[in-house]
Ligand binder design. Sequence first.
Ligand SMILES: Nc1nc2c(ncn2[C@@H]2O[C@H](COP(=O)(O)OP(=O)(O)OP(=O)(O)O)[C@@H](O)[C@H]2O)c(=O)[nH]1
Ligand SMILES: [Mg+2]
Ligand SMILES: [Mg+2]
Length: 299
Amino acid sequence: MLIRKACRLFAGSRTFFTIAFVRLSTTSSIMAKSKFEYVRSFETDDTCLRNCYIVVRLDGRNFHKFAEQHKFIKPNDDRALGLMTRSARSVMEELEDIIIAYGQSDEFSFVFKRSSTWFKRRASKLMTHVASQFSSSYVFYWKEFFEEQPLLYPPGFDGRVVLYPTNRNLRDYLSWRQADCHINNLYNTVFWTLVQKGGLTTTQADDRLKGTLASDKNEILFSEFDINYNTESAINRKGTTLIWEKRDETVIKRMKLPNEEEKEVLVTRSRRRVEAHHCDIIGDQFWDEHPDILEDDNC
Ligand SMILES: Nc1nc2c(ncn2[C@@H]2O[C@H](COP(=O)(O)OP(=O)(O)OP(=O)(O)O)[C@@H](O)[C@H]2O)c(=O)[nH]1
Ligand SMILES: [Mg+2]
Ligand SMILES: [Mg+2]
């Protein structure tokens, strides 16, 4: 009522209207904010424990079907592995504090350094950033690897966060993933060799391999197909490990010194780059050769 009167009195004064409107709307939005703000307390604290390595592992959703529909080569498709590695590289380059990543098949694990304070160590933020950067990169770079094969539908990746307090725990985690790569790849290699070269049906190949040990599988490959498993592609046997490494880079620069003509000079500088390795990470050699990856347990 009072406001309406005041409005009539000051009709024509734009300033008054503006001030009154701003005051009213501010008051009501403050009231609304305080009324609704309690919902924030429903958010749970998902801060990762300090001094632990934070591992985010992604895995392709229903990639059995995705691989069939996109005609992935069996048992290993270099295009698919290349695209996974390209996407993981993009995650490492875009997101801070990832010291090492390990991938095989449709999965990739990313390890954040122990002392990372990125996103206040909030598990959900870390995981969703990794998953979304990886997924969008997978789609973005698809054509670079699959050329004529169209992407038929948007792929998805699930994510989980696991904390490892000691260097031994972290190394054992990575060893577990590499052992999984080895077991699956040996099985898949023999299975598809029996089918593709041995003429067995998939059911017959499955039956033939029931109860066999790794040594039996190696023997089948060697004696029946002349294949030495140890000389098969390291990417497939060992998976892909990505780490940051310093490399010297030489570029040509045009320079002009006072009282001299402009000339081209070679400039060498050291740059950090994500490098891929396809080697054993279970033994000590890799870790001895790259002592900067792990932080001291006693820090
Ligand atoms: N042909 C072929 N298939 C692949 C390749 N890489 C991954 N795959 C497929 O992706 C699957 C990945 O296995 P899982 O992650 O255990 O299973 P999934 O079907 O993705 O199911 P969820 O992860 O539970 O959603 C494999 O079983 C293969 O069918 C490849 O290079 N070639
Ligand atoms: Mg999967
Ligand atoms: Mg998987």
